[in-house]
Design a binder for this molecule. Sequence first.
Ligand code: ZN
Ligand code: ZN
Length: 238
Amino acid sequence: MKALTYHGSHRAGVGTVPDPILQAPDDIILRVTATAICGSDLHLYRGKIPGTDQGYIFGHEFMCEVVEAGPEVTSVAVRDRVVVPFVIACGDCFFCHMHQYAACETTNSGRGAIINKKNITPPAALFGFSNLYGGVPGGQAEYVRVPKANVGPFKVPLALPDDKVRFLSDILPTAWQGVQNAGLDKGSSVAIFGAGSVGLLSAACSRLVGSEEIFMIDHNNYRLEFARARYRRHTDQR
Ligand SMILES: [Zn+2]
Ligand SMILES: [Zn+2]
């Protein structure tokens, strides 16, 4: 299959790699129908993340169709359309039972972030995010293997196009979490640093919870123009 692979700092390109295969009874194989580049992929691309092997496949935001499922997979089936969160969680450890899937204690055989010098349990494995996060190949590829398929992937109705749901893999929940953590509600004011995709979705989520004043800060004018145009359009529609 074709996939985007890493070949050292600032060198990545599309190459041919072996197709993924089922490795555990609760794995699925997906055919990727839409995928995205995340700002955090830039850390990998710039060679800033140790444990990124030559030929490693990036990508943790993808929409797919299930093409193969292991015998223990019960929550999705072949031909289902699914969106996959970027965190790989077991669903059965201390943190998973508290729905804190990013802190899953069992899926990451790596060390976690480089700041983890205290020998604490690393957080969950992530798709396409180096050996520090489990070394699981990512989804900027034609096919991807998804471990723990009864926990992460969820089915998407056929009526919804990929572009409406793909952002559920990372950036929309990231934006929503930011709005929740900031405690925004009706009438609040918010300053959002960075008018990239997470910033724009944070503005959308802020509006959803009733924020009245939204400031966006960015050093790229074109991003601010885009944010302003979107905001105007939404305001005009009301
Ligand atoms: Zn991301
Ligand atoms: Zn877990």
